[in-house]
Design a binder for this molecule. Structure first.
Ligand SMILES: Nc1ncnc2c1ncn2[C@@H]1O[C@H](COP(=O)(O)OP(=O)(O)OP(=O)(O)O)[C@@H](O)[C@H]1O
Ligand SMILES: [Mg+2]
Length: 228
């Protein structure tokens, strides 16, 4: 699979010759420098964008052959996203933001799912807070709760700890790790090699190519052992 962008006269190869299989329940970190193609890869897997050539299949569903409507259903029911800049609705409370995720996924138990997801990220005491009444780390945890409340099996997280201090980053990673252990398939994008130590598998990108793929160098570490 490859992805090229054409802007004016310039063609940028964001991803070249990518051939990857990600297994159910894997906790994967996609590691690479700025511009290496990490976000592009995540967006392709999440059906936010399409490859220029090649194909992407999730389970046996071919995203590249799918109709617009099928891709939309895939985004609502199969994946959830966490972005670097939390993208919470400023006019909705923490609970309402989390509930939005559950509603989008079409859950009939949306309210319960939202409450439970917020409790899982340690925000049971913050249901009625608006984003501006929450710290940066709490806002990011609401964004995670919104993703978890969907109940969707694949979580795509783009630099989820990027704007956070170390302590808060560790908190976020602990939540992701717990989800991974309960069977969710998780892809986390980061440029921070230390963070990649908590994954089962590290896929390293450089200039749109996979340059290494395997368990973290030195073996997996517990979140509590990280330092950055
Ligand atoms: N929509 C777009 N149009 C044109 N070029 C793009 C587009 N999105 C990404 N690119 C280019 O593709 C390359 C890979 O971008 P990408 O956003 O995937 O990098 P990244 O690894 O996520 O970087 P960062 O760590 O800075 O977020 C970059 O050179 C970028 O300029
Ligand atoms: Mg990026």
């Amino acid at each position: 699979m490859a992805k090229r962008y054409r802007v004016g006269e310039v063609t940028v190869t964001a991803l070249a010759d990518i051939d990857l299989r990600i297994n159910d329940g894997e906790f994967v970190v996609i590691l690479g420098a700025s511009g290496s193609g990490k976000t592009t890869l995540l967006n392709l897997i999440g059906a936010l964008d399409s490859p220029t050539s090649g194909s992407i299949r999730v389970n046996d569903f071919d995203l590249t052959e799918a109709t617009t409507r099928e891709r939309s259903a895939f985004r609502r029911h199969s994946v959830s996203f966490i972005f670097q800049t939390f993208n919470l609705f400023p006019g909705l409370t923490a609970l309402e933001n989390a509930r939005f995720g559950a509603d989008t996924a079409g859950r009939t138990d949306a309210d319960e799912a939202a409450r439970q997801a917020l409790a899982e990220v340690g925000l049971a005491e913050r249901f009625d807070h608006f984003p501006h009444q929450l710290s940066g780390g709490e806002q990011q945890r609401v964004a995670i709760a919104r993703a978890l409340a969907t109940g969707n099996p694949i979580l795509l997280a783009d630099e989820p700890t990027g704007e956070l201090d170390f302590q808060t980053g560790v908190q976020i990673l602990s939540v992701l790790e717990a989800q991974a252990r309960s069977g969710m398939t998780i892809l986390v994008v980061t440029h921070n090699r230390e963070i990649s130590r908590v994954a089962d598998r590290v896929i390293q990108l450089s200039s749109g190519h996979v340059v290494s793929d395997g368990p973290p160098a030195g073996g997996r570490a517990a979140v509590g052992d990280l330092q950055w």
